[in-house]
Design a binder for this molecule. Structure first.
Ligand SMILES: Cc1cc2nc3c(=O)[nH]c(=O)nc-3n(C[C@H](O)[C@H](O)[C@H](O)COP(=O)(O)O)c2cc1C
Ligand code: SF4
Ligand code: SF4
Length: 618
């Protein structure tokens, strides 16, 4: 069955603008974790048929979930955050025009419609626009344009906001023209390496073959990164549209989405979107009657980090152990089942319809000359506003910190690019975030994880954590990565345990450079980065560890808890709390360092803040 896109659009507009108030509840994983499911149910019960209640995706501001948007016909859409089920009746009354005790936080100016499409929002409410909130100030949403606005399970709503218009346009032109547009736009892969997407498509197209494949890499596994999950849960059709356009350009008739099974909501929303697209004739033997056919197959990965590497991913899809292999041949030459294969990241593909809709010149007006467009980052760690932010490439790190609600002086370091990335010190927050600038600083863009660390973080411990993650996730196939990481881990273990030896720092650097140089795949080649960047920017902390001090007061073997007797109220709370029986004394309390297990429980409960961490276990 092929549906008419114009009819779908009308249906979508009726759904988005039902003539009664529309209440959208963000029910992505972040919203659900904060109780959005109960909020949704409460609103359905309170609203009956007087308002329309819809599940929508995540608008990025995960810190303040559950987030609810209310659109009263003829007025601007407004946002409420940290909503709880008990607020549902008041919210429905508010939407129906009765005054109520609720205060929306901001107005959403954009209705998410594509350029040229109809806009039906009306005047505002006199609230601040969303972009005036710290979190949204300076953001530019090309990829996340529909997130938090449309129902991710509704094909008509996606079509109503301009969805699939780029595909229809593409199918009406020769593939070469679309390839030229994507190449000229300068779009680069958002999965880590920043390889130009147009060149990758061209390389795959130009290899003579009966079959070609396009794979969407949705195996996102960096600790602290969830940009792709956010997109898949909030706007899955945008990814499908980009995938089908890629298939058309390279001449592939089978496409695969490789998604980690640990993302059950993303999997469910993808399955639903793939089925809707199939029913609408947007996939299948002849898309919209054009004669070009393509199928989309969903493959669930078991959650191994190394399977995000493209050759390991191909091995996994083929049913073999997920181990990387040497390149060349590159997947573009010899990929899935030995055929030319494009592998693109979720965000790269979600960019494709936007690039075609706005045209290469407009796309290039965002970002920098070498890195056009925007990038979605997951901003986590020591921030007040955690969430997904989308900014132009080249935005300085300090602007991202402001979105996170953190003062630059409170930032000790920012880890970019996950375990393969590096640590940028707080003194370098003017660094523009693009592929080249981050590489010059010894880090990488990676897929977009940004972990912010305050002054209580120990950089040696941070390097040890990321190295430990990578060592656990490495496949063990090649010796430099397997053995080198074990040696590096050994040195870092010694340092945090206070048994570092002279020469350890030199040995650590030598091993890091050797692993980087000699490993087979990107995992081994990049995971020394956290060690090398912390050695470069925080050498003093390493030297202090060698002398038995952890300056940040984190590494247990190197710290002592002290009671300041001048402040102590002798209340005994710490004594009751201490599981190790390490707090001694009646009138004057002190902590026995030999009994103390350095759990910090006493410090947490002390009402007088009389307990502090001191250095020097040895
Ligand atoms: C260890 C490792 C893990 C990776 N994980 C991912 C991932 O989860 N998602 C992703 O898109 N790319 C990942 N990559 C990069 C892919 O190999 C590949 O470069 C990317 O999917 C290409 O898509 P793009 O050109 O659109 O960026 C990983 C690379 C390595 C070395
Ligand atoms: S570098 Fe590490 S993860 Fe990559 S193939 Fe070698 S052992 Fe496996
Ligand atoms: S909890 Fe604090 S104030 Fe109370 S005895 Fe312990 S150190 Fe003193």
């Amino acid at each position: 069955m092929t549906w008419d896109l114009a009819e779908l659009r009308e249906e979508g507009l009726r759904s988005l603008y039902p003539g009664i108030p529309r209440i959208g509840v963000g029910t992505s994983t972040c919203g659900r974790a904060a109780g959005a499911g109960d909020v949704y149910q409460a609103l359905v019960e309170a609203g009956q048929d007087r308002v329309q209640v819809k599940e929508v995706g995540c608008a990025g501001y995960c810190q303040v979930e559950p987030v609810v948007t209310v659109h009263v016909p003829g007025r601007a859409r407004v946002v409420f955050h940290t909503v709880c089920p008990s607020m549902a009746p008041a919210m429905v009354s508010w939407a129906l025009g009765s005054s109520g005790p609720l205060d929306p936080v901001a107005e959403m100016e954009s209705d998410g419609l594509a350029p040229g499409a109809e806009r039906r929002l009306g005047r505002g409410w006199g609230l601040s626009p969303l972009r005036d909130l710290d979190f949204y100030r300076g953001q530019n949403r090309l990829v996340m344009r529909n997130c938090g606005i449309i129902d991710p399970s509704s094909l008509p709503e996606y079509v109503a906001v301009g969805g699939f218009a780029s595909l229809v346009m593409a199918l009406g032109r020769p593939p070469e023209e679309i390839l030229e547009e994507i190449t000229a736009s300068g779009l680069r892969g958002r999965g880590g390496a920043g390889f130009p997407t147009g060149y990758k498509w061209q390389a795959t197209r130009s290899v003579p073959s009966e079959d070609r494949y396009v794979i969407c890499n949705a195996d996102e596994g960096d600790p602290g990164a969830y940009m792709d999950r956010g997109l898949l849960e909030s706007d899955p059709f945008a990814v499908l549209e980009g995938l089908i356009i890629a298939a058309y350009v390279v001449g592939a008739h089978t496409t695969i989405i490789y998604v980690r099974a640990e993302y059950p909501l993303a999997v469910a929303r993808l399955e639903s979107a793939i089925e809707s697209a199939r029913m609408a004739g947007l996939t299948g033997p002849s898309i919209l009657g054009t004669g070009f056919g393509v199928d989309i197959i969903l493959v669930k990965g078991a959650g191994a980090y190394v399977c995000g590497e493209e050759t390991a991913l191909i091995a996994s899809v083929e049913g073999r152990p997920g181990e990387p292999r040497p390149r060349p041949p590159f997947p573009a030459q010899k990929g899935l089942w030995g055929r030319p294969t494009v592998i693109n990241n979720v965000e790269t593909l979600a960019n494709v319809p936007a690039v075609l809709a706005m045209g290469k010149d407009r796309f290039r007006s965002f970002g920098t000359e070498a890195s056009p467009g925007t990038k979605v980052f997951s901003l986590v760690g020591d921030v007040r506003n955690a969430g997904l932010v989308e900014v132009e490439m080249g935005t300085p790190l300090e602007a991202l910190m402001a979105m996170g609600g953190v003062d630059a002086s409170s930032v000790k370091a920012v880890q970019t690019g996950g375990p393969s990335g590096g640590v940028i010190p707080g003194s370098m927050l003017d660094l523009p975030v693009d592929y080249e600038a981050l590489a010059r600083a010894g880090s990488i863009m990676g897929s977009g994880g940004l972990v912010v660390m305050g002054h209580t973080a120990c950089m040696v411990d941070v390097a040890r954590y990321f190295l430990g993650f990578a060592a656990q996730e490495a496949c063990g196939k090649c010796t430099p990565c397997r053995e080198g990481m074990a040696r590096m881990r050994g040195v870092l273990d010694r340092l945090v345990e206070g048994s570092g030896r002279p020469g350890d720092l030199e040995t650590l650097e030598e091993w890091a450079l050797a692993v980087k140089d000699a490993s087979l795949c990107g995992l081994g080649q990049n995971t020394p980065n956290p060690v090398l960047t912390t050695l470069r920017h925080f050498a003093g902390e390493y030297e202090a560890h060698l002398e038995g001090h952890c300056l940040a007061g984190v590494c247990r073997a190197l710290i002592r808890y002290h009671i300041d007797t001048a402040r102590c109220l002798a209340c005994g709370v710490c004594q009751d709390e201490c599981a190790a029986g390490a707090v001694l004394g009646e009138e004057e309390r002190l902590i026995d360092p030999d009994r103390c297990i350095r759990c910090g429980s006493c410090k947490e409960v002390c009402p007088a803040e009389a307990i502090s961490i001191g250095n020097g276990h040895r």
